[in-house]
Design a protein around this ligand. Structure first.
Ligand code: ZN
Ligand code: ZN
Length: 183
């Protein structure tokens, strides 16, 4: 026998549930290659069961593949799969909308000539970031996630020089950015 074929058989032992002749609960045949129903766990053969592909989305396995008894188990597994896909897609849509909303938040400069109109009069403050755009993104995220608003007023972007210690003991300087404002 070719080594490749032996390897194939060994791999299949793990995934297909190879047992020494289990009896299919549906056709009563004793077979070496059987599965357990995805829903009720009964032993079934590939001839009797309905095959299900794994449901994969965005690198996640939403539902494992395998076999289910025909009838109620198949119907249930199909409905379960549809439900998982619907939930996954709704969640993706929610995330997409959140990110889109965050990207559209207006940061109104403290120097803006017009009227400043904060909704709650709450001061917000980001952490310090090495990129100015990251500090601005953080302010937008706080506006949406913490205060459910789409404009930050009285925005002041400040920077400071900070110092760090490199692995060889040298002091180095870098600039950091912070955004403060009002919602
Ligand atoms: Zn069978
Ligand atoms: Zn079943």
């Amino acid at each position: 026998m070719l080594p490749v074929l032996i390897l194939g058989a060994v791999t299949a032992v793990g995934v297909a549930g190879y047992k020494l002749a289990r009896q299919c609960t549906l056709c009563q045949e004793r077979l070496k290659w059987t599965h357990s129903c995805l829903r009720c766990d009964k032993v079934i053969c590939t001839g009797c069961g309905t095959e299900f592909d794994p449901i994969l989305r965005g690198g996640n396995k939403l539902q494992a593949g395998g076999y289910a008894c025909p009838g109620a188990c198949t119907t249930t597994m199909q409905a379960r799969g549809d439900d998982l896909v619907a939930k996954y897609e709704a969640e993706q849509e929610r995330r997409r909308k959140r990110l889109e909303r965050i990207s559209r938040v207006r940061l109104v400069s403290v120097n803006y000539g017009g009227q400043q109109k904060p909704e709650y009069g709450i001061r917000i403050e980001t952490g310090w970031y090495s990129e100015k755009s990251d500090a601005e993104e953080a302010a937008r995220t706080i506006a949406v996630d913490s205060h459910d608003v789409d404009v930050v007023w009285y925005v002041n972007v400040t920077s400071q020089k900070s110092q760090g210690l490199s692995p060889n003991g040298r002091t180095y300087y870098y600039r950091e950015w912070q955004v403060v404002g009002e919602v």
